[in-house]
Design a protein around this ligand. Structure first.
Ligand SMILES: [Zn+2]
Length: 206
């Protein structure tokens, strides 16, 4: 074991503390929801599909006050949708018959902010390119593609966040025939909400 790996010891110790805490909390959850867990044990009928960011300040079920079985939730940094996320949404629409997608953008999004930095750099130097070496680079690049057409997005984070969210909704509709047809047939509605991380307020913009 290298010296660097050894130095991870204290982190492992704190992982134990976190896991113990989670087990205590989950035992409480189990006791509190016994009846509902039993009722839902054979099937789920979620009321909506929630799509949001992985940001720890945006826990969708908590914000919505959702009960067990209510939210079919997909959370991913910057709400960037790729095949697995779109596949999950299709599962919710096609197999679970969910008729409502709640797409939740949030203020102060770090992923959009990272893409905005690239946009700023590029506006100073046209030859600057987004390097794609890691999966995270790909996420940032996708957001960058969503926001680059609007020059305002280089300095206005809220505008970049809304352009990103709207572009991801358009992407979902263009890439998923299941979602597109359901919307066309009037059995699925897509709404967009914005959650304010500094105040805790949620509002729907469409
Ligand atoms: Zn975010």
């Amino acid at each position: 074991m290298s010296a660097k790996a050894k130095a991870k010891g204290p982190i492992e110790g704190s992982a134990e503390v976190v896991v113990d805490h989670i087990l205590l909390k989950s035992a409480h959850f189990e006791r509190k929801n016994t009846r509902l867990i039993h009722e839902l044990s054979n099937a789920q009928h979620p009321r909506y599909i929630a799509v949001g960011c992985s940001d720890s300040r945006v826990p969708i079920e908590d914000i919505f006050g959702a009960k067990l079985g209510e939210s079919f939730t997909i959370r991913v940094a910057g709400t960037v949708l790729d095949i697995p996320e779109i596949g999950s949404i299709e599962y919710g629409v096609e197999h679970l018959g969910v008729g409502l997608i709640l797409f939740i953008a949030h203020t102060n999004c770090g992923a959009v902010s990272a893409a905005q930095e690239v946009l700023k750099k590029e506006s100073k130097d046209r030859r600057a390119k987004v390097p794609i070496k890691t999966p995270l680079d790909k996420t940032i690049k996708d957001i960058y593609e969503n926001i680059k057409a609007n020059p305002r997005n280089a300095h206005d984070l809220h505008s970049a966040i809304m352009d990103n969210a709207n572009a991801e909704i358009r992407k979902l509709l263009s890439r998923s025939k299941v979602v597109r047809d359901a919307v066309k047939n009037g059995v699925l509605v897509v709404r967009l909400g914005v959650y304010e991380t500094s105040t805790g307020a949620l509002r729907f913009v469409k």
